[in-house]
Design a protein around this ligand. Structure first.
Ligand code: CP
Length: 290
């Protein structure tokens, strides 16, 4: 496996193997590259969770890391994405973790001779987020087949929704989407959140991505919460066994009521913890296949 840039490129066996490897790391499996491998974290777009959990994951595997600061780099002198990445290959990095605001940015990097781990491309894909979501679901339910998930929010601009919609269906889950009609994704199964909430195993909330809008929102934060947010009233209608997920960062009291963020059904911080183990599995996979 040279790159992990889009889960659509991976077979179900490869996806299940990555999840099982992540669970093994969580249960104490040790791999130690003894500081002989270097992972570069190249974030051309802001990140907290993905950046620092890839950094933690590489450290846990005994790799060294290089953390690129886009705002203080030769990007400011006009250096291209390709030339920046080629530099990190040239100085001896063994894997590149890349986040960029362009959909499919990695297609420009096909000539590189170093593995790429996609840490999020524009509105396209977020494979490490999907894998940590799937790991969290597998830990909770033990399987995927037959589970029902509703993904609620800004579907159109969400790389998390786009990654999860496909892979969850491939794994046998029933996937529904909901949220403001202006953020509906054509071709996706769209439902009224209030009509399905009682039947869902997983309620996955998405952040309203103000930075990807051009001031075109037709709602206040209060109105969004009232119509599409997880309120206490909606929480009380969820199945006893159902869980809440959110990729974060969270707009508290918008997508989810503040006091529900760490409620009994919430797996939001479990998702963040699992992100480290999933990213260990991803880094190990591309390094061992080199
Ligand atoms: N979930 C997620 O991708 O968070 P960051 O943008 O903080 O990495």
């Amino acid at each position: 496996m040279k790159n992990i840039v889009n889960l659509d490129d991976l077979s179900l066996d490869e996806i299940n193997d990555l999840i099982d490897e992540a669970l093994a790391f969580k249960n104490g499996k040790v791999v130690d590259y003894q500081q002989k491998k270097v992972v570069a974290n190249l974030f051309f777009e802001p990140s907290t969770r993905t950046h620092y959990s890839f950094d933690m994951a590489a450290g846990n595997l005994g790799c060294r890391t290089q953390n690129f600061e886009a705002s203080n780099s030769s990007l400011k002198k006009g250096e291209t994405l390709y030339d920046t990445c080629k530099l990190f290959e040239s100085i001896g990095c063994d894997a590149l973790v890349i986040r960029h605001s362009d959909d499919d940015y990695y297609k420009q990097l096909a000539a590189l001779n170093v593995p790429i781990l996609n840490a999020g491309d524009g509105k396209g894909n977020h494979p490490s987020q999907s894998l940590l979501d799937l790991m969290t679901i597998k830990e909770e339910f033990g399987h995927f087949e037959g589970l029902k998930v509703v993904i609620v929010g800004d579907i159109l601009h969400s790389r998390v929704a786009h990654s999860n919609y496909n892979v969850m269906q491939r794994l046998g889950m029933s996937v529904y989407t909901s949220g403001p009609l202006e953020y509906k994704q054509e071709g996706y199964n769209y439902v009224d959140f209030d009509e399905v909430i009682e039947d869902m195993d997983i309620v996955m909330l998405l952040r309203v991505q103000h930075e990807r809008h051009q001031g075109d929102e037709n709602f206040s934060k209060e109105k969004y919460h009232q119509i599409y947010g997880l309120s206490l009233e909606r929480y009380n209608r969820m199945k006893d066994t159902a869980i809440i997920m959110h990729p974060a960062p969270i707009n508290r009291d918008v997508e989810i009521k503040d006091e529900l963020v760490e409620s009994e059904k919430s797996r939001i911080f479990t998702q963040m913890r699992n992100g480290v183990f999933v990213r260990m599995a991803m880094i190990h996979k591309v390094l061992e296949d080199e």
